[in-house]
Design a protein. Structure first.
Length: 410
């Protein structure tokens, strides 16, 4: 979708938050040049559930479509020179190394701004560009712990519990893309570049805006973990997840009178709705006792008939087959760039005039566009060949053994 087809982004990103933020912009048509080390970035070397499709990591597949790949040794002066030439012509530079890494490479914000005053320089980090935690490892689980997200997701009975996905990385990626677009809009109007900073910590707190606002401004509970079946300390009964005979079901907005009738639990019907907060433990217990009598399908029918908002709890197998998910096209299959295999991906989450952005480029082999990108900088074939021979630049046909990775996590 060519909404950003006049935007060039040079991406020094690794792991998930940075690459995913750049992918959002790539989906919208930006020319994203993803720069990696000659042996590839971390996201090519580790895969969730140890799942690989024809050798391709699912961490890489999830966040690297619609990008061109340049393999470059940034420790080599010639590699640094190529990177500098690229950032001089970029509209946006993105990076998510630990604070100070890009400065040591001569590619920090002040360095790039001196070469390209109108550039938007977007940095993603664990905790921010400065402060007492700036040098600590920033990773989704660690930030879930620090930010209170793991506590608020936990239960009184079971203790703290992390969200089951990298929610902070994903939300941080969306915030990063929003920040880039806002800064780019200003740069296009005024010629004024800017630095955009997004941290995992900020993203984790932003995810909890409703809960934190209630906590900071009202009577504070002794425990922010989820009480009983109620999904969240600031929520009233019966709002939460409840057990059925063959699964689980979410129960949201309703009157106690209707809920009691639906569950054949008359005790519920006698509790006035205005007591849903002070008596939520009782409501939660009575609701669970009622839901256990029925299957999920029976509960859906009974609850819906009584105007109780509800939804079955899907696992991923049921999610993939869900008719609304299929209708919306949330999951798509694309061919692997290097083989005949097919990879299923989560589609761009926004539609524009009823359409979702297409996949112009499947996630690319390391260095797949190295030659094309260097030609675009004006290098000759002989110059490019020498850079490849000198191991300054990588191309897919020249394989390098992985050497592990440094702990440069955001």
């Amino acid at each position: 979708m060519p909404m950003l087809d006049d935007v060039t982004i040079v991406s020094f990103n690794h792991f998930l938050m940075g690459p995913l933020g750049a992918q959002i912009l790539a989906d919208l048509g930006a020319d994203v040049i993803a720069i990696e080390a000659l042996d590839g970035a971390f996201q090519r070397k580790w895969s969730p559930n140890n799942t690989y499709v024809d050798g391709e990591s699912m961490l890489f597949a999830a966040a690297n479509r619609n990008k061109r790949s340049l393999a470059l040794d940034l420790r080599n002066p010639k590699g640094k020179d190529i990177a500098r030439r690229l950032v001089c012509t970029a509209d946006v530079v993105m990076e998510n190394f630990r604070p100070g890494v890009m400065d040591r490479l001569g590619l920090g914000y002040e360095d790039v701004r001196a070469m390209n005053p109108g550039v938007v320089y977007a940095s993603a980090s664990g905790y921010g560009p400065d402060g007492p935690y700036k040098d600590l490892p920033g990773q989704d689980l660690l930030v879930q712990a620090l930010s209170g997200l793991a506590a608020v997701t936990g239960t009184v009975e079971g203790g703290a519990r992390a969200v089951g996905v990298s929610a902070v990385d994903h939300h941080g990626a969306a915030l990063l893309a929003v920040g880039v677009l806002a800064a780019l809009h200003r740069a296009r109007r005024s010629g004024q570049g800017s630095r955009v900073d997004v941290s995992l910590l900020a993203a984790a707190l932003d995810l909890q805006t409703e809960s934190l606002t209630a906590y900071l401004n009202g009577s504070r509970p002794t425990d922010i973990r989820q009480p009983g079946h109620v999904s969240g300390w600031p929520m009233q009964g019966p709002y939460g997840i409840y057990p059925a005979r063959d699964g689980d079901i979410a129960i949201s907005l309703c009157s106690n009178r209707e809920l009691g009738a639906a569950l054949d639990t008359p005790e519920l019907a006698t509790i006035p709705d205005e007591e849903n907060f002070p008596r939520r433990d009782e409501i939660s217990s009575l609701t669970a006792r009622g839901t256990r009598k029925f299957t999920v399908a029976e509960l859906q029918e009974r609850l819906t008939a009584h105007h109780v908002w509800n939804m079955p709890v899907n696992d991923y197998e049921k999610l993939e087959a869900d008719p609304q998910v299929q209708h919306n096209g949330h999951i798509m299959a694309v061919p692997n760039a290097a083989t005949s295999a097919t990879v299923k991906l989560v589609a761009h989450p926004v539609s524009y005039d009823g359409e979702r952005p297409a996949v112009r480029l499947a996630p690319q082999p390391l260095g797949a566009q190295s030659r094309d990108i260097l030609r675009g900088l004006g290098l000759t074939e002989d110059e490019i060949g020498k850079l490849i021979a000198d191991e300054v630049v990588g191309v897919p046909e020249v394989k390098r053994a992985p050497v592990g990775y440094a702990h440069n996590r955001t």
